[in-house]
Design a protein around this ligand. Structure first.
Ligand SMILES: [Zn+2]
Length: 154
């Protein structure tokens, strides 16, 4: 008989993680529908090192849930969106447009390590948001200056 492969170990780890979670119903609540994803991720982690189930949940949330909130937890994202718009009086923070089609913009883009914290979100009109894309504020301002200079020169 051949020796068990990595998938076998992963299966064993998955069962262990499931058992840990069953003993901690509050963590199951916290994970919600990410539970299966968490179990797979955790099993992978446990093949490398042993960690406390609470630490693992916290790390998983930091790495996968918080950074991808707007893709995955629509309800929470909609609530956050509304809070950001209200805080900014439904005014685009980049050009001053009031109302219209507004979107929350990540001041420091997610791709560059920004978070979904309210402090990192600014109300933006659709046009400014499309132009800013994944630029930082500095890059966006430089881009706008270059664009204006281009218009003036040509
Ligand atoms: Zn704007």
């Amino acid at each position: 008989m051949s020796r068990p492969g990595i998938e076998w170990y992963r299966g064993v780890e998955k069962l262990r993680v499931k058992k840990d979670l069953e003993n901690n119903p509050e963590l199951i609540d916290r994970l919600g529908w990410y539970k299966e994803r968490f179990i797979s991720w955790c099993a992978g982690q446990r093949l490398i090192y042993e960690a406390d189930i609470f630490d693992e949940v916290a790390e998983f949330e930091d790495r996968f849930i918080k950074s991808r909130l707007y893709n995955t937890d629509l309800k929470l994202w909609k609530k956050l969106r509304k809070e950001v718009f209200e805080r900014d009086n439904y005014t685009c923070q980049y050009c001053g447009q009031v109302g219209g089609e507004l979107e929350p913009d990540h001041i420091i883009p997610i791709a560059k390590g920004g978070t979904n914290d309210k402090e990192n979100l600014a109300t933006s009109c659709k046009r400014c948001n499309r132009q800013k894309r994944d630029k930082t504020l500095e890059e966006f301002n430089a881009w706008k200056d270059a664009w204006k200079a281009g218009v003036a020169n040509g």
